[in-house]
Write a protein that binds this ligand. Sequence first.
Ligand code: PXP
Length: 248
Amino acid sequence: MKLGVNIDHVATLRQARYAGVPTAAVPEPSVPEAARAAMTGGADSITLHVREDRRHMQDADAHAVRREIPLPLNLEMGATPSMLDFARALHPDFVCLVPERRQEVTTEGGLDVASRAAELEKLVASLTSSGCRVSMFIDPDIVQVESSAAIGAPMVELHTGRFADTAGAERTAELRRLVCAAQRAHELGLEVHAGHGIRVSALPLLAQVPHLSELNIGHTLIARAMFIGLAAAVREMRAAVDRAFPPA
Ligand code: PXP
């Protein structure tokens, strides 16, 4: 099981103090330093979401991580022409297409691939021809899985937010949706990832979802890092992931 570490919150903290401040001082915390710490802790890839409103990651952060960190880079981005230009200049290894709304605190739902199929098909083709492997961040919904395969995306990332934030029967139902979506994605030849709201405590249940090959985790790692440091937080998560999904 691969572990992708999302370090957006490192930029959120930096922006809280330094947004709009001319870079006379060294703005901290440093995004590449965070990526390096995640790598030390056992991350398999680094994920950054460069949002249209640039509320946390800035263009320069993404380029610095690309230049300085020898791990695969996964760029999360909205499906827009300007972000396509940005991705082409950055050359990330992976692009995860996400829905974006300015008012949201974090990515709230999955991308509606079914209703934007023609537009997204072109975007996936452009990104693929520029050397990126593309995943679609979707709700665990069969229609969205089938639409993702139909437009030529090689990977999907199943949104685990609802699974993470519910309990009891609702959580069981959401787990069932994740299992069915993962099964269908695998049948269609898609690589299956999962992300959003995943914490250590959710891993044993999440391990019931078949065919997962990568988890993308951010918030809980940065929160834990405040007390034990980022490399240690990633190391702890790496060990928990390996316990829940024992290496073959
Ligand atoms: N995957 C995607 C597509 C996301 O948008 C996010 C949040 O930025 C994550 C994974 C990580 O979620 P969390 O920060 O809740 O672990």
